[in-house]
Design a protein around this ligand. Structure first.
Ligand SMILES: [Ca+2]
Ligand SMILES: [Ca+2]
Ligand SMILES: [Ca+2]
Length: 407
Protein backbone atom coordinates (compact mmCIF):
# COMPACT_ATOMS: atom_id res chain seq x y z
CA UNK A 1 0.00 0.00 0.00
CA UNK A 2 2.76 2.42 0.82
CA UNK A 3 4.46 1.61 -2.50
CA UNK A 4 1.22 2.33 -4.40
CA UNK A 5 0.85 5.65 -2.60
CA UNK A 6 4.43 6.52 -3.51
CA UNK A 7 3.85 5.79 -7.21
CA UNK A 8 0.60 7.74 -7.36
CA UNK A 9 2.01 10.71 -5.52
CA UNK A 10 5.04 10.59 -7.77
CA UNK A 11 2.76 10.80 -10.79
CA UNK A 12 1.05 13.77 -9.13
CA UNK A 13 4.41 15.47 -8.68
CA UNK A 14 4.32 15.16 -4.85
CA UNK A 15 7.28 12.77 -4.45
CA UNK A 16 9.64 15.43 -3.27
CA UNK A 17 7.51 15.93 -0.14
CA UNK A 18 7.21 12.22 0.76
CA UNK A 19 10.02 12.12 3.26
CA UNK A 20 8.63 15.05 5.20
CA UNK A 21 6.47 13.65 8.02
CA UNK A 22 4.03 16.56 8.36
CA UNK A 23 3.40 16.75 4.62
CA UNK A 24 3.24 12.98 4.44
CA UNK A 25 0.58 12.93 7.10
CA UNK A 26 -1.55 15.28 5.07
CA UNK A 27 -1.04 13.16 2.00
CA UNK A 28 -1.80 10.05 3.94
CA UNK A 29 -5.06 11.60 5.10
CA UNK A 30 -5.97 12.62 1.57
CA UNK A 31 -4.91 9.23 0.17
CA UNK A 32 -6.76 7.08 2.70
CA UNK A 33 -9.12 4.41 1.41
CA UNK A 34 -8.74 2.09 -1.63
CA UNK A 35 -11.77 3.53 -3.41
CA UNK A 36 -10.34 7.02 -3.45
CA UNK A 37 -6.99 5.74 -4.66
CA UNK A 38 -8.60 3.81 -7.43
CA UNK A 39 -10.62 6.83 -8.42
CA UNK A 40 -7.50 9.02 -8.52
CA UNK A 41 -5.61 6.42 -10.50
CA UNK A 42 -8.42 6.20 -13.02
CA UNK A 43 -8.52 9.98 -13.44
CA UNK A 44 -4.78 10.13 -13.83
CA UNK A 45 -4.81 7.33 -16.38
CA UNK A 46 -7.58 9.06 -18.29
CA UNK A 47 -5.63 12.29 -18.21
CA UNK A 48 -2.46 10.60 -19.41
CA UNK A 49 -4.29 8.71 -22.15
CA UNK A 50 -5.96 11.91 -23.28
CA UNK A 51 -2.61 13.69 -23.40
CA UNK A 52 -1.01 10.81 -25.33
CA UNK A 53 -3.90 10.81 -27.78
CA UNK A 54 -3.55 14.54 -28.28
CA UNK A 55 0.20 14.32 -28.76
CA UNK A 56 -0.19 11.44 -31.18
CA UNK A 57 -2.73 13.41 -33.21
CA UNK A 58 -0.39 16.38 -33.34
CA UNK A 59 2.46 14.19 -34.53
CA UNK A 60 0.28 12.65 -37.22
CA UNK A 61 -0.76 16.10 -38.36
CA UNK A 62 2.86 17.21 -38.54
CA UNK A 63 3.83 14.11 -40.51
CA UNK A 64 0.94 14.72 -42.86
CA UNK A 65 1.94 18.31 -43.44
CA UNK A 66 5.51 17.26 -43.98
CA UNK A 67 4.53 14.70 -46.61
CA UNK A 68 2.25 17.17 -48.38
CA UNK A 69 5.01 19.73 -48.49
CA UNK A 70 7.48 17.21 -49.89
CA UNK A 71 4.99 16.04 -52.51
CA UNK A 72 4.33 19.58 -53.73
CA UNK A 73 7.97 20.59 -53.63
CA UNK A 74 9.68 18.09 -55.99
CA UNK A 75 8.90 20.10 -59.15
CA UNK A 76 10.31 23.20 -57.43
CA UNK A 77 13.49 21.58 -56.20
CA UNK A 78 15.65 23.85 -58.39
CA UNK A 79 13.84 26.68 -56.66
CA UNK A 80 14.77 25.09 -53.39
CA UNK A 81 15.83 28.48 -52.21
CA UNK A 82 12.25 29.72 -52.61
CA UNK A 83 10.86 26.65 -50.76
CA UNK A 84 12.96 27.39 -47.80
CA UNK A 85 10.57 30.06 -46.53
CA UNK A 86 7.85 27.38 -46.30
CA UNK A 87 10.18 24.80 -44.83
CA UNK A 88 11.03 26.92 -41.85
CA UNK A 89 7.37 26.38 -40.84
CA UNK A 90 8.03 22.62 -40.79
CA UNK A 91 11.40 22.59 -39.06
CA UNK A 92 13.87 25.16 -37.99
CA UNK A 93 16.71 23.34 -39.78
CA UNK A 94 15.78 24.30 -43.36
CA UNK A 95 16.11 28.01 -42.68
CA UNK A 96 19.68 27.38 -41.74
CA UNK A 97 20.18 25.48 -45.00
CA UNK A 98 18.89 28.34 -47.16
CA UNK A 99 21.03 30.50 -45.01
CA UNK A 100 23.88 28.38 -46.35
CA UNK A 101 22.55 28.90 -49.83
CA UNK A 102 22.57 32.62 -49.19
CA UNK A 103 26.22 32.40 -48.27
CA UNK A 104 27.26 31.69 -51.87
CA UNK A 105 25.65 35.00 -52.89
CA UNK A 106 27.82 36.54 -50.29
CA UNK A 107 30.76 34.79 -51.95
CA UNK A 108 29.93 36.47 -55.25
CA UNK A 109 29.71 39.52 -53.10
CA UNK A 110 33.27 38.63 -52.22
CA UNK A 111 33.85 38.44 -55.94
CA UNK A 112 32.53 41.97 -56.06
CA UNK A 113 35.31 42.87 -53.68
CA UNK A 114 37.98 42.22 -56.32
CA UNK A 115 36.24 44.85 -58.46
CA UNK A 116 36.93 47.16 -55.58
CA UNK A 117 40.56 46.03 -55.76
CA UNK A 118 40.74 47.04 -59.42
CA UNK A 119 39.24 50.23 -58.12
CA UNK A 120 42.42 50.42 -56.06
CA UNK A 121 44.32 49.68 -59.23
CA UNK A 122 42.53 52.65 -60.72
CA UNK A 123 44.22 54.79 -58.08
CA UNK A 124 47.71 54.10 -59.46
CA UNK A 125 46.54 55.47 -62.81
CA UNK A 126 45.82 58.65 -60.89
CA UNK A 127 49.38 58.53 -59.54
CA UNK A 128 50.90 58.35 -63.01
CA UNK A 129 48.54 61.17 -63.80
CA UNK A 130 50.23 62.94 -60.91
CA UNK A 131 53.53 62.08 -62.56
CA UNK A 132 52.77 64.55 -65.26
CA UNK A 133 52.48 67.31 -62.67
CA UNK A 134 54.66 66.19 -59.75
CA UNK A 135 57.59 64.04 -60.84
CA UNK A 136 58.85 61.32 -58.49
CA UNK A 137 61.07 62.53 -55.69
CA UNK A 138 64.59 63.44 -56.75
CA UNK A 139 67.30 65.31 -54.97
CA UNK A 140 66.45 63.81 -51.58
CA UNK A 141 69.05 62.73 -49.06
CA UNK A 142 68.32 59.08 -49.82
CA UNK A 143 68.17 59.68 -53.54
CA UNK A 144 70.45 62.65 -54.23
CA UNK A 145 70.70 64.17 -57.70
CA UNK A 146 73.94 64.80 -59.55
CA UNK A 147 73.25 68.51 -60.10
CA UNK A 148 70.59 71.20 -60.09
CA UNK A 149 70.51 70.89 -63.87
CA UNK A 150 69.33 67.29 -63.59
CA UNK A 151 66.65 68.35 -61.13
CA UNK A 152 65.63 71.21 -63.40
CA UNK A 153 65.34 68.89 -66.39
CA UNK A 154 62.62 67.03 -64.49
CA UNK A 155 60.56 70.16 -64.08
CA UNK A 156 61.09 70.61 -60.38
CA UNK A 157 60.62 74.05 -58.79
CA UNK A 158 63.24 76.16 -57.06
CA UNK A 159 64.18 74.96 -53.60
CA UNK A 160 66.58 73.02 -51.43
CA UNK A 161 67.74 69.68 -52.82
CA UNK A 162 70.38 67.09 -52.04
CA UNK A 163 73.13 66.36 -54.51
CA UNK A 164 76.02 63.94 -54.56
CA UNK A 165 79.06 63.74 -56.83
CA UNK A 166 82.41 61.97 -56.92
CA UNK A 167 83.73 64.69 -54.63
CA UNK A 168 81.04 64.59 -51.95
CA UNK A 169 81.61 62.08 -49.17
CA UNK A 170 77.93 62.46 -48.26
CA UNK A 171 74.99 64.21 -49.95
CA UNK A 172 75.15 68.01 -49.80
CA UNK A 173 72.10 70.22 -49.48
CA UNK A 174 72.04 73.07 -51.98
CA UNK A 175 69.58 75.64 -53.25
CA UNK A 176 68.59 75.18 -56.88
CA UNK A 177 67.17 78.19 -58.71
CA UNK A 178 64.89 77.29 -61.61
CA UNK A 179 63.46 80.75 -62.34
CA UNK A 180 66.53 82.97 -62.28
CA UNK A 181 66.13 85.89 -64.67
CA UNK A 182 68.20 88.69 -63.12
CA UNK A 183 71.31 86.53 -63.29
CA UNK A 184 70.38 84.15 -66.05
CA UNK A 185 73.26 84.41 -68.56
CA UNK A 186 70.40 83.84 -71.00
CA UNK A 187 69.80 80.46 -69.33
CA UNK A 188 67.02 79.90 -66.82
CA UNK A 189 66.71 76.82 -64.64
CA UNK A 190 69.24 74.53 -63.02
CA UNK A 191 71.37 77.16 -61.30
CA UNK A 192 73.10 76.00 -58.10
CA UNK A 193 73.73 78.63 -55.44
CA UNK A 194 77.20 78.22 -54.00
CA UNK A 195 77.46 81.47 -52.00
CA UNK A 196 74.74 83.20 -50.03
CA UNK A 197 76.24 85.64 -47.53
CA UNK A 198 73.65 88.14 -46.34
CA UNK A 199 74.82 90.14 -43.33
CA UNK A 200 71.44 91.88 -43.05
CA UNK A 201 70.41 88.55 -41.57
CA UNK A 202 71.45 88.87 -37.91
CA UNK A 203 71.98 85.10 -37.71
CA UNK A 204 74.69 85.08 -40.39
CA UNK A 205 78.35 85.60 -39.59
CA UNK A 206 81.39 86.55 -41.58
CA UNK A 207 83.46 83.82 -43.26
CA UNK A 208 86.46 82.62 -41.26
CA UNK A 209 89.35 85.07 -41.48
CA UNK A 210 87.17 88.10 -42.19
CA UNK A 211 86.62 90.83 -39.64
CA UNK A 212 83.09 91.98 -38.88
CA UNK A 213 82.62 95.74 -39.33
CA UNK A 214 79.53 97.24 -37.67
CA UNK A 215 77.91 100.64 -38.00
CA UNK A 216 75.03 101.98 -35.90
CA UNK A 217 71.93 104.06 -36.63
CA UNK A 218 70.79 102.36 -38.68
CA UNK A 219 72.72 99.21 -37.88
CA UNK A 220 74.96 97.86 -40.58
CA UNK A 221 76.88 94.58 -40.40
CA UNK A 222 79.62 93.90 -42.94
CA UNK A 223 82.68 91.68 -43.41
CA UNK A 224 86.04 93.39 -43.94
CA UNK A 225 89.47 92.05 -44.62
CA UNK A 226 91.32 90.31 -41.82
CA UNK A 227 94.84 91.42 -42.73
CA UNK A 228 96.92 93.42 -45.18
CA UNK A 229 96.92 91.91 -48.64
CA UNK A 230 94.14 89.46 -49.49
CA UNK A 231 91.68 87.73 -47.18
CA UNK A 232 90.30 84.60 -48.80
CA UNK A 233 87.28 82.32 -48.47
CA UNK A 234 86.30 79.40 -50.70
CA UNK A 235 82.80 78.34 -51.78
CA UNK A 236 82.39 74.68 -52.62
CA UNK A 237 80.76 73.65 -55.87
CA UNK A 238 80.57 70.04 -54.58
CA UNK A 239 82.27 68.72 -57.69
CA UNK A 240 79.39 69.75 -59.94
CA UNK A 241 80.57 70.64 -63.43
CA UNK A 242 79.68 74.14 -64.58
CA UNK A 243 80.57 76.53 -67.36
CA UNK A 244 78.58 79.60 -66.32
CA UNK A 245 78.92 81.72 -63.19
CA UNK A 246 76.66 84.57 -62.20
CA UNK A 247 76.14 86.57 -59.04
CA UNK A 248 76.53 89.86 -57.23
CA UNK A 249 78.45 91.42 -54.35
CA UNK A 250 77.34 94.46 -52.38
CA UNK A 251 79.91 96.28 -50.20
CA UNK A 252 80.66 99.69 -48.67
CA UNK A 253 83.66 101.83 -49.32
CA UNK A 254 85.73 102.79 -46.29
CA UNK A 255 88.64 105.20 -46.76
CA UNK A 256 90.48 105.42 -50.08
CA UNK A 257 90.64 102.18 -52.05
CA UNK A 258 92.37 102.72 -55.38
CA UNK A 259 90.79 100.30 -57.86
CA UNK A 260 93.50 98.90 -60.15
CA UNK A 261 96.30 101.02 -58.75
CA UNK A 262 97.99 98.00 -57.06
CA UNK A 263 98.52 96.43 -60.48
CA UNK A 264 99.50 99.78 -62.02
CA UNK A 265 102.09 100.34 -59.32
CA UNK A 266 103.56 96.83 -59.58
CA UNK A 267 102.87 95.39 -63.00
CA UNK A 268 104.57 92.14 -62.05
CA UNK A 269 101.51 91.26 -60.04
CA UNK A 270 99.63 88.27 -61.37
CA UNK A 271 96.14 86.94 -60.75
CA UNK A 272 97.56 85.12 -57.70
CA UNK A 273 98.58 88.49 -56.19
CA UNK A 274 96.51 91.37 -54.88
CA UNK A 275 95.99 93.16 -58.20
CA UNK A 276 92.98 95.25 -57.14
CA UNK A 277 91.54 97.15 -54.19
CA UNK A 278 88.34 95.18 -53.96
CA UNK A 279 87.21 91.61 -54.64
CA UNK A 280 88.67 88.99 -56.96
CA UNK A 281 86.56 85.93 -57.85
CA UNK A 282 88.52 82.99 -59.25
CA UNK A 283 88.46 79.22 -59.55
CA UNK A 284 91.30 76.72 -59.53
CA UNK A 285 94.87 77.08 -58.29
CA UNK A 286 98.34 77.84 -59.66
CA UNK A 287 97.38 79.86 -61.47
CA UNK A 288 93.91 80.91 -60.51
CA UNK A 289 91.38 81.28 -63.32
CA UNK A 290 89.61 84.61 -63.40
CA UNK A 291 85.85 84.84 -63.07
CA UNK A 292 85.03 88.43 -62.11
CA UNK A 293 86.68 91.41 -60.40
CA UNK A 294 84.99 94.06 -58.23
CA UNK A 295 87.15 97.19 -58.11
CA UNK A 296 86.48 100.03 -55.68
CA UNK A 297 87.81 103.45 -56.74
CA UNK A 298 88.61 106.37 -54.48
CA UNK A 299 86.22 109.03 -55.85
CA UNK A 300 84.88 110.68 -59.01
CA UNK A 301 86.83 113.91 -59.08
CA UNK A 302 89.99 112.76 -60.81
CA UNK A 303 91.16 110.92 -63.86
CA UNK A 304 94.23 109.37 -62.31
CA UNK A 305 95.15 105.71 -61.88
CA UNK A 306 93.20 105.74 -58.57
CA UNK A 307 89.80 105.75 -60.27
CA UNK A 308 87.85 103.49 -62.57
CA UNK A 309 88.16 103.77 -66.35
CA UNK A 310 84.40 104.42 -66.30
CA UNK A 311 84.57 107.12 -63.61
CA UNK A 312 85.59 109.88 -65.96
CA UNK A 313 85.25 108.64 -69.52
CA UNK A 314 85.40 112.28 -70.53
CA UNK A 315 89.06 112.36 -69.43
CA UNK A 316 91.99 110.07 -70.32
CA UNK A 317 92.37 107.08 -67.98
CA UNK A 318 95.98 106.91 -66.79
CA UNK A 319 95.70 103.58 -64.95
CA UNK A 320 95.89 100.02 -66.27
CA UNK A 321 93.25 97.31 -66.07
CA UNK A 322 95.07 93.99 -65.50
CA UNK A 323 95.08 92.19 -68.86
CA UNK A 324 94.21 88.80 -67.30
CA UNK A 325 90.76 90.07 -66.27
CA UNK A 326 89.90 91.63 -69.60
CA UNK A 327 86.54 93.39 -69.44
CA UNK A 328 85.11 91.07 -66.82
CA UNK A 329 84.77 93.47 -63.92
CA UNK A 330 82.67 96.08 -62.16
CA UNK A 331 84.29 99.30 -60.92
CA UNK A 332 82.48 101.76 -58.70
CA UNK A 333 83.04 104.29 -55.93
CA UNK A 334 80.97 105.33 -52.96
CA UNK A 335 82.50 108.80 -52.89
CA UNK A 336 81.45 111.71 -55.10
CA UNK A 337 83.91 114.23 -53.76
CA UNK A 338 87.57 114.45 -52.72
CA UNK A 339 89.46 111.96 -50.59
CA UNK A 340 87.95 111.35 -47.18
CA UNK A 341 88.71 108.58 -44.71
CA UNK A 342 85.14 107.82 -43.78
CA UNK A 343 82.69 104.92 -44.13
CA UNK A 344 80.57 105.63 -47.21
CA UNK A 345 77.35 103.99 -46.13
CA UNK A 346 75.00 106.11 -48.29
CA UNK A 347 76.16 104.60 -51.58
CA UNK A 348 77.00 100.89 -51.68
CA UNK A 349 79.45 99.79 -54.34
CA UNK A 350 78.80 97.33 -57.15
CA UNK A 351 75.04 97.85 -56.86
CA UNK A 352 74.88 99.77 -60.14
CA UNK A 353 73.29 102.83 -58.50
CA UNK A 354 74.39 106.26 -57.27
CA UNK A 355 77.00 106.96 -59.92
CA UNK A 356 77.85 110.63 -60.59
CA UNK A 357 76.82 112.59 -63.61
CA UNK A 358 80.11 112.02 -65.45
CA UNK A 359 80.41 108.34 -64.53
CA UNK A 360 79.32 105.46 -66.72
CA UNK A 361 80.21 102.84 -64.08
CA UNK A 362 76.54 102.10 -63.32
CA UNK A 363 76.11 101.06 -66.95
CA UNK A 364 79.40 99.27 -67.60
CA UNK A 365 78.61 95.51 -67.65
CA UNK A 366 75.18 96.25 -66.16
CA UNK A 367 75.79 95.79 -62.43
CA UNK A 368 74.87 94.44 -59.93
CA UNK A 369 74.55 90.99 -61.57
CA UNK A 370 77.56 89.67 -63.44
CA UNK A 371 77.49 86.79 -65.90
CA UNK A 372 80.58 84.89 -66.89
CA UNK A 373 80.83 82.22 -69.57
CA UNK A 374 83.93 80.15 -68.82
CA UNK A 375 86.10 79.07 -71.76
CA UNK A 376 85.97 75.46 -70.50
CA UNK A 377 83.69 73.57 -68.10
CA UNK A 378 85.13 73.02 -64.63
CA UNK A 379 84.32 71.51 -61.25
CA UNK A 380 86.63 73.85 -59.32
CA UNK A 381 85.53 75.51 -56.11
CA UNK A 382 85.16 79.29 -56.27
CA UNK A 383 87.49 81.52 -54.28
CA UNK A 384 86.63 85.01 -53.07
CA UNK A 385 89.53 87.29 -52.10
CA UNK A 386 89.14 90.76 -50.59
CA UNK A 387 92.40 92.59 -51.33
CA UNK A 388 94.03 95.93 -50.43
CA UNK A 389 97.59 97.07 -50.71
CA UNK A 390 97.42 99.73 -47.99
CA UNK A 391 96.75 99.44 -44.29
CA UNK A 392 93.41 99.32 -42.47
CA UNK A 393 93.19 103.02 -41.75
CA UNK A 394 93.76 103.86 -45.39
CA UNK A 395 91.27 101.60 -47.13
CA UNK A 396 88.74 98.83 -46.73
CA UNK A 397 85.57 97.73 -48.49
CA UNK A 398 83.63 95.46 -46.14
CA UNK A 399 81.09 93.17 -47.78
CA UNK A 400 77.40 92.98 -46.90
CA UNK A 401 76.12 90.49 -49.47
CA UNK A 402 77.53 87.74 -51.69
CA UNK A 403 75.41 85.64 -54.06
CA UNK A 404 77.07 83.27 -56.49
CA UNK A 405 75.39 80.73 -58.77
CA UNK A 406 76.89 78.19 -61.13
CA UNK A 407 75.41 76.14 -63.90
CA1 LIG B 1 94.26 104.13 -50.74
CA1 LIG C 1 95.30 100.95 -52.26
CA1 LIG D 1 76.60 102.46 -55.83
Amino acid sequence: MAFQLLMICSLLGLGSAWNQPSTCYVRQSSCSGDSEVKEDTRRIRETLESSLTSISASLEQLVKQKCEAVNTNPPTEPAATTDSPTEPAATTDPPTEPAVTTDPPTEPAATTDPPTEPAVTTDPPTEPAANTEIPPPIGTFDDPASSCSDISSQGRPSGEYWIATDRTSSPAQVYCDMNRTSCSCNTTGGWMRVANLDMTNPYQNCPAGFGQVNRDQPPLRTCGRGERGCTSTTYSTYGVEYSKVCGRIIAYQSGTPDAFHPYFRDRARSIDDGYVDGVSLTHGQSPRQHIWTFANAVDETRSTYYVCPCTRPDLPYTGIVPPFIGQDYFCETGSREAVSFIFYRDDPVWDGQGCGSNSTCCEFNNPPWFCKQLPLPTTDDIELRLCFDHNFSNENTPIELVEIYVR
